[in-house]
Structure formats: structure tokens, C-alpha cells
Write a protein that binds this ligand. Structure first.
Ligand code: SF4
Length: 445
């Protein structure tokens, strides 16, 4: 186990998927999957790009037909032309052995093959097709993910374990046999791949189920029995808040135990919701656990009878959207900006206290309070905003803070470490900023 401040991560082998490392202590990788017809090159390219721009570090596409396989190299080229180098993963079921053999350009363009051992045929067909898939991985130098799913569990493995269970006294509960069958299918498939010549450091495993307690039990078992890197995900998690909560609950337990090298949140998007939602949720899970930071965090209270209007909610959402929208540009310029914490609070009860603990905080006036919003910078009250332009002025303060504190990528003289925040520089910046006419320094300061 490698020791981190709060979490000891399970030691696993490192597998390279294109330029992205999975396992072996590498940061936990966020991945996602498209829902476009892969044969539609323009639509799939656009969605992969959107997912990558949102922060997906690997993107999986289904490769289910010859047309889809033929499209993959064109999608790769189109992404490269857009300077989008996110590795593409091909999702194969039933006919992957044939598609990889018939379309070598597809195999070449992919950074990894996902193989479901429950969907490569039965009996002798299973072994010969699986061998062909492994042969493809060997020929093109690609890693694979053996992705077991309980909706398509290898029936021969399950039947064998059920038979063996009948000889036990007493027999194990059915759920436990199912867990063992999932893990056995993954491990036997990995052993088969290695026997075909695929090195262990080109194999990633997953065993997805759709119930939280089952997922936790299965991955604990799998983690104990191998050192392959593990891809976590609650499959068919559901729609909207149900899918988000179920995925977060299951993944958080496992990640807290150090299990998991890459994650996907398989939520059914609500109608009209962007596909990128699953990427944001995955990032939020990792960031909430303190495992990775992707975007500045907004700490906002829920509001209550002390909040006078919806202004507080709007400001919190506005600041969150602003930070997220700014990140693509900030990421390339401002080192460590993803660790920024901004508090947007609704009243004096917890507002100043929470604001002081953030890098930047604003405490809006609640019922009966003077119409003034003190701003706190690194724990110190700085200015008080009033009037109709509080949102714009607060965003200006955020911009100034980011420029002053996280500029190490363009100015080596400024350290990005949060402990080296230049309060004085910031206060000078604030005093000089264009919006100073609208900002009155609080007399009580
Ligand atoms: S900080 Fe104030 S407005 Fe926000 S939840 Fe607490 S009491 Fe209510």
C-alpha cells in the first residue's frame, strides 16, 4: 500500500493507455463513454472532444459494426487535428475478434481494447475468439481491459460455481456465489490473456454490477486476489440524482479503502442534460475525497429563512459556472489554481467564519442585516461590496487573486503554494482595480 494523507491506495501494476498511466500509484484516471453512433464520425468526434474538454482523460467508444470500426481512425485523425489527444478505447462485444482482424487501422487508432469475456461466445468459440482478441492486442501493442458485467456474466463460469456450491455444507448464499463468479471470470480471463503472451502490465480489470453493496463486495474480493489495476464503476447506475448518489456512494467506499485506479460514472443522462455530466460527477467524487483536484471548489451554504432572496443561490451558481468555464484557460497558465476554495455564504451566522477558512469568501447579507457583503481574502476581511454589481465585482476579485497567487507558470518569482499567498499584493491589486469606484473599503476593517 502507498501512504497518502488519508487514504492508503492498493498497490497495483502500472498500465499505459496511450500516454495515460493507470495504476502503480498514478493519479486516479477519469474516463467516460460516448453515446453517439460511432459510425457518425462528426457526431462522435464532437462528443469525444466535449468529454475530453470537460476533463475525461480516456474516452470509450462502442465498436459494434464494420462501419463503426472503419470510422474509428477517422475520428482519431479529426481529434488530432483539433489538438485533442485523449486516448480512445474500443468497446467490443460478440464480433470484436473479427472487427480487429478486418480493420487493422481501427486497432491501430485505439489506445486500449475493452473485452467482455461474457460476450465472446461459448465453449471452444469462447477460447478461440478470446485468443484472437488477445492476438490483436499483441500485434498492435495495446493494453486491454477485461470488463466483466453481471448483466452479461460468463454463464459457464457461473454454472460451474453454482454446481460447486451445491457440494458445500451449507451452501453459500446465491449473492456470494455471484460475486465469486464475477471475480473468477475476470481473473481466469486475465490468466488466459497472459497465457497467450500478453504481459500482465497490459491488463486492467473491472467487475461491474448495478447494486452498491454488491459492487463493494465484488471489488474488495477482486482487490485482494490480484495486482492488476482496477477500473471502478457502478453499471446502469440510473438517471439523475439516483444515479449520481448511487455511484458516489459505491465509489467513495472503495476509493476510501484505496481500491480503484480509474473510474467511470455510468449515469443515464436526463433528457437535455449534457453527456459531460458523468465526467463532472467523477471529478467531484475524487475531489470530495481529496484524491485529486480538478476545479476550484465553491463552498456554499444551503440557505435558509435568513436568506432574503434567490440572489444568494444565483451568486453561488454564477461563481461555480465562472470557475468551471475559466479552468481550461487557467489550467495552462496558473499552477495549482484547481486547489482554490471560494465560499459564497448566505448570512452572518456562518458566513464570515466559513469565508475566512476559504481562500476567498463573500458573506451576503441575510434578513435584517445591513445590505453589505464583506469579502474575505485568505482569512482577512478585505473589502465590502454593495449595490447591484456584487457578482461582477466578486469575479474581478477572483481573477485578481488567481493572477496574483497562481502565476508561477508565467512568473517564477511567485510561488503557487497556498502558504505563500501574497496578501499585501492582493490588497494593493484590489485597491487599484477598475471596480474600486464601486467597492467601498469597510470602515470597520
Ligand atoms: S449561513 Fe446563514 S443563510 Fe446560510 S444556512 Fe447558515 S444561517 Fe442560513
Amino acid at each position: 500500500m502507498t501512504a497518502l494523507p488519508f487514504i492508503s491506495r492498493r498497490l497495483s501494476r502500472r498500465v499505459m493507455v496511450g500516454h495515460t498511466a493507470i495504476g502503480g500509484g498514478a493519479p486516479i484516471v477519469v474516463q467516460s463513454m460516448t453515446n453517439t453512433d460511432t459510425a457518425d464520425i462528426a457526431a462522435t468526434t464532437a462528443q469525444v472532444k466535449a468529454l475530453a474538454d470537460a476533463g475525461s482523460e480516456l474516452v470509450r467508444v462502442t465498436v459494434n459494426t464494420l462501419e463503426a470500426a472503419c470510422a474509428v481512425p477517422h475520428i482519431r485523425e479529426a481529434l488530432d487535428r483539433k489538438q485533442c489527444n485523449v486516448p480512445l478505447i474500443g468497446d467490443f462485444h460478440y464480433n470484436g475478434h473479427k472487427l480487429l482482424a478486418d480493420e487493422p487501422a481501427c486497432a491501430e487508432a485505439l489506445a486500449k481494447f475493452r473485452i467482455n469475456p461474457g460476450n465472446v461466445g461459448q465453449g471452444e468459440k469462447h477460447d478461440s475468439r478470446f485468443a484472437q482478441l488477445i492476438d490483436g492486442a499483441l500485434r498492435f501493442g495495446k493494453p486491454i481491459r477485461i470488463g466483466v458485467n453481471w448483466g452479461s456474466l460468463d454463464q459457464q463460469v457461473l454454472a460451474r460455481l453454482l454446481d460447486a456450491n451445491q457440494t458445500r455444507t451449507p451452501p453459500l448464499p446465491l449473492a456470494q456465489v455471484m460475486h465469486q463468479a464475477l471475480v473468477t471470470s475476470a481473473l481466469e480471463s486475465a490468466a488466459f490473456a497472459e497465457a497467450q503472451g500478453l504481459p500482465a502490465d497490459r491488463i486492467i480489470l473491472s467487475c461491474k454490477v448495478s447494486e452498491v453493496q454488491d459492487l463493494i463486495a465484488v471489488y474488495r474480493l477482486l482487490a485482494e486476489r490480484c495486482d492488476y489495476p482496477l477500473h471502478l464503476g457502478l453499471t446502469e447506475a440510473g438517471i439523475g440524482s439516483k444515479g449520481i448518489v448511487a455511484s458516489s456512494t459505491a465509489l467513495a467506499v472503495l476509493l476510501q479503502e484505496g481500491i480503484g485506479d480509474t473510474i467511470r460514472v455510468s449515469i443515464t443522462p436526463e433528457l437535455g442534460a449534457p453527456r459531460t455530466q458523468e465526467v463532472i460527477v467523477a471529478q467531484e467524487i475524487l475531489q470530495s475525497l481529496g484524491l485529486r483536484a480538478f476545479t476550484p471548489a465553491v463552498i456554499s451554504c444551503p440557505g435558509c429563512g435568513r436568506t432574503t432572496s434567490t440572489f444568494f443561490q444565483k451568486l453561488a451558481a454564477d461563481v461555480q459556472d465562472y470557475l468551471r468555464a475559466s479552468m481550461p484557460a487557467w489550467r495552462t497558465t496558473y499552477s495549482g489554481v484547481e486547489n482554490l476554495r471560494v465560499a459564497v455564504m448566505g448570512c452572518i451566522v456562518n458566513g464570515p467564519g466559513e469565508s475566512k477558512m476559504a481562500n476567498l469568501g463573500i458573506s451576503l447579507p441575510g434578513v435584517g442585516e445591513a445590505p453589505a457583503a464583506p469579502v474575505f481574502i485568505d482569512g482577512k476581511k478585505s473589502v465590502t461590496l454593495r449595490g447591484e454589481h456584487i457578482a461582477e465585482e466578486f469575479k474581478t476579485i477572483i481573477d485578481d487573486y488567481v493572477r496574483a497567487v497562481y502565476s508561477s507558470k508565467e512568473n517564477d518569482s511567485l510561488e503557487s503554494a497556498p502558504s505563500a499567498r501574497p496578501h499585501d499584493t492582493l490588497n494593493k491589486l484590489l485597491a487599484q482595480c477598475d471596480s474600486s469606484a464601486k467597492i467601498s473599503v469597510d470602515e470597520r476593517e
